[in-house]
Design a protein around this ligand. Sequence first.
Ligand code: RAM
Length: 347
Amino acid sequence: MFEFKRTRRAGVIAALAVGVTLFAAGCSGGSGDSGSSGDAGGDEALSITMLPKNLGNAYFDTSTKGATAAADEIGATLEEVGPSEASPTSQVQYIQTAAQQGAGALIVSANDPEALCDALGEASDAGVKVVTFDSDTNPDCRDLFINQATAEGIAKIQVDLIAEQIGDAGQIAVLSASANATNQNAWIETMKELLAADHPNIELVEVVYGDDDDQTSFDKTAALLQTYPELKGIVSPTTVGISAAARYLSTSEYKGKVALTGLGTPNQMREYVEDGTVTAFALWNPADLGYLATFAAAALYNGDITGAEGDTFDAGTLGSYEVGADGVVLLGDPYVFDADNIGDFDF
Ligand code: RAM
């Protein structure tokens, strides 16, 4: 197994994570002293398996950096594994392997709410603490879910952005990730409710799926623009989708005419904000999310918490967090990036 060793680099990343937590609302200033966490849970150092939806996604590269920084502080080892495709069952084999290898905790962003549950249940029976982050399973399939922001907050910020960018009227489409993704599906459902309630002149014509694959997302963007000549805007609630859509738009006749917003990383979107393809989009800090998930996994492993509502745990430089209803821990609020502030962020 590959181990992320304690390195200076991890320290630098931890500092970066601190620098950008200014928009992670709800964090009290913690001491950052997690010294006791590494001691409990038996004599063995905690070994964590980090399982993103897929590898090769800049968003998850950043969340794993945050997780690695936390593991370094805690004195745990952390290994990232994952499939190349974000398909419903592609993560099962990695869960099984982690359990067989005796991982202490598994941190997973689920490609499907149900498809992983048998494997996660077996891992849990074998003593593995199961933490979902970013995209949840059904609540009974894991110990905790580390949620980046509420579904309502994430949906509203995207609806507000597209409404503003198209003058609150006209056709829009959604370019999502994979069809089974728990997180995108929850956000899209809430977006539909907000559109129906508050934006009667916006028509959502179709939701298409780019599968969090760059080329598929690029092709689906082209197809949308062909199918709907009156399209005024695209909302892509995935960092893979929005950057592929921006790349397509930036060299097309639609640049500056069809609005694009959603959830993106500043580093992937910077050139499209600078060239006028995109005005504003949103996200949270994926490094903070991975960092928080790792401290939560350690707190479970150490027996500091069981995952019950009201449990509190220390999350290093992010401060203290409390477990809410259904075993959910909330990172904070989403944040809007635009030409004025994008230069302040590097992830
Ligand atoms: C992609 C993934 C991830 C999602 C972000 C916004 O990287 O689909 O699950 O949270 O976009």
